[in-house]
Structures are given as C-alpha cells and as structure tokens.
Design a protein around this ligand. Sequence first.
Ligand SMILES: [Zn+2]
Length: 381
Amino acid sequence: MAVLITGIGELTTNDEELGTITDAAIVFDGPTIAWAGPAAAAPDADERVDVEGRAALPGWVDSHTHLVFAGDRTAEFEARMAGQAYSAGGIAVTVEATRAATDAELTANLRRHVAEAARQGTTCLETKTGYGLTVADEARSARIAAAVADEVTFLGAHLVPPGAEPESYVDLVCGEMLDTVAGSVRWADVFCETGAFDEAQSERVLRAAARRGLGLRVHGNQLGPGPGVRLAVRLGAASVDHCSHLSDWDIEALASSNTVATLLPACDLSTRQPLAPARRLLDAGATVALATNANPGSSYTTSMNFCVATAVLQMGMSVEEAVRAATLGGARALRRTDVGVLRPGARADLHVLDAPSRTHLAYRPGVPLTWQVWRKGSRVA
Ligand SMILES: [Zn+2]
C-alpha cells in the first residue's frame, strides 16, 4: 500500500542531496519511504493525503529518556523551585516506587509516555533501565522497555542503591546484572558524576559492557566539570549526554571524535543548571543531538518541540541546527541511518506541522504545532 503525502509547503529531509524542498511530496511504501521530491514530479500512489502547504520534517528522534518508572516527584520539584539544589540522590525515590510497582503498572506507564511523545512528533525513542538497581528489577525493566521502545539502554550504574557498598555494587553491575540484561538491550550507560559513579567505576562498567558487545553511552558533565566527556571519547561511546559544564579540552575532544554531544535543555532548566554550550560545540565542529531526558525527577517532559524552541531561543542554535539536532543528531547518537532523515529506503516517519515552516517551532514557542505524525508509514496522530 503506497501513500502519497503532497502539498508539503516546506519539506526538511536532512538528506545531503535532497536538502529542504518547497512544494514537496513524499511517498511511503508500507513502513519505508519510496520517494521524496517536488510535488509536481511525484509518482502515483494508492492513497493521497494533501497537507495544504504545511511544513513537514522527519519525526523527532528522542535519544535519551528514562521512562520505565513508577511514582511521582512533584514535592522534590517544588522544593527545587523554592531554592533547594538538585542532587543525584533523588533517583532513590523513584527506585523505591519502581521496585514496588507491578510489571503491568510499569508497562502501562511506559506506553502512556511513549504515546504522549508520539502525539508530539516523536517517532523513534530510546529509553533506559536504571530505577530497578537489583538484578531482577533491572532485568524486568529491560524486558518491559524492549517490548515498547525503539532502543533500550542498560543503566544499572545510575546510582549506588541505598545500603549498598559502591565497589561491590559495581561488581554486581559488571557481572550478574549485565549478564542478565544483555539480551534485552543494545546499549549500556553510566551516570559519571559526583554522588553517582567516579571515573574508575564508570570505566569498569563501560568496559564490561563493551566486552558483552553493547554500545556505550555516558551521562557526563551535568552538575559540574568532570571526567565524563573524556571517558566517553576515550572509549568511543556513541554519545555523552548532558554536557552542561565543558572545558575547551572537552569541546575539542568531542569535535575530533565520533561521540555525539547530546544536550538536554529541559533538564538544565528543570534543575536550574546552566544551559549546555551548544554554540561552542557547533562552532568547533562537534555533532550535537537534542533530547528530552524525560524522567520523573530532573526533566519531566516528552516535548521535543519544547527542546527545539529552547535551543533556538536560549542556546544560540539556528532553527535549522536545532531541528537537525533533534532528528539526525538523535539518529547519530543511536548510530542509526534509517531514522532522522527522509530519503528513499529510510523509515517512513514524518512530522507535519500546522505551520508553513519549521521556523514556527521557535517563532511560536509553546503552541501545539504538531498536526500529523506518521510512524513506519502509519498515521499515529
Ligand atoms: Zn538521563
């Protein structure tokens, strides 16, 4: 079944040859893009949808979320907005609620948030374990995530659980826990930060995961300067996420590596941290991704539109750069070539805005501009 979407006023493809096309059309053949180009040259299809001059772009690729959780941290958020500092320790509150929840509750909560993201244009989503922190709870988190999300990351090294001794907990993460989850996940991650895991502990976790064939990601340089970026680059991680506090050396290291700098502006705002230095990274030539970091503690939003608007209005990114970072940048952070781009052979994931151009995402901040969302060739919103 081929679907022709035509009347696209502005089509952002992220493809080097196709570029941005005005008066465009795109053809889906089942879950895959068959053709994209000027509407006047479009081939026939079984079904025709006219979007009447609206702008379209690849579906958002949200490469960083933590959505296998239960519970609520409204009180912690209120305290933070009243002046209390953010610390990694709040994670323990969600760990307790997640352990107490049933599989059905965790699955329903994850599905609800993934559907909420899809309604806002997110068509490819990564999520993590990390609120279980026992072998059994991490294993079920990974299993639940694998049934729902496009990409799953093992984050047993999110926090040393209360009562555990740090070095023996790292042994558990690198040993039995990793062995148990490895079949359900593609990635491993570590929270390399004061109050979580130091550089040596983080390196142990990442090297163990690499030996199991998992790709690497790092939470780094969130709450202050630190070794996270250095470690990620040194071990060839696909991305280092947060990057709010970067030295010139960190920026140079990222620019001369394949490690993507994933920026999480909603988290920076929600924890009252400085926004990440997007302009310095881009000017140095680093690859930048934007993601939500959706989680109940430090960034409780699934809105990539909000992240893009913030990146433009407050981080010095152009609209083109921000849209690219939230689509192609996320795909690069997940080392995928089938999403974040609109070209024949790519996944048929399309985000149609109720606006004539992508510029409206920042020009009209906070306005719900998502009009239609197609994922794998089917309309999901
Ligand atoms: Zn995170």
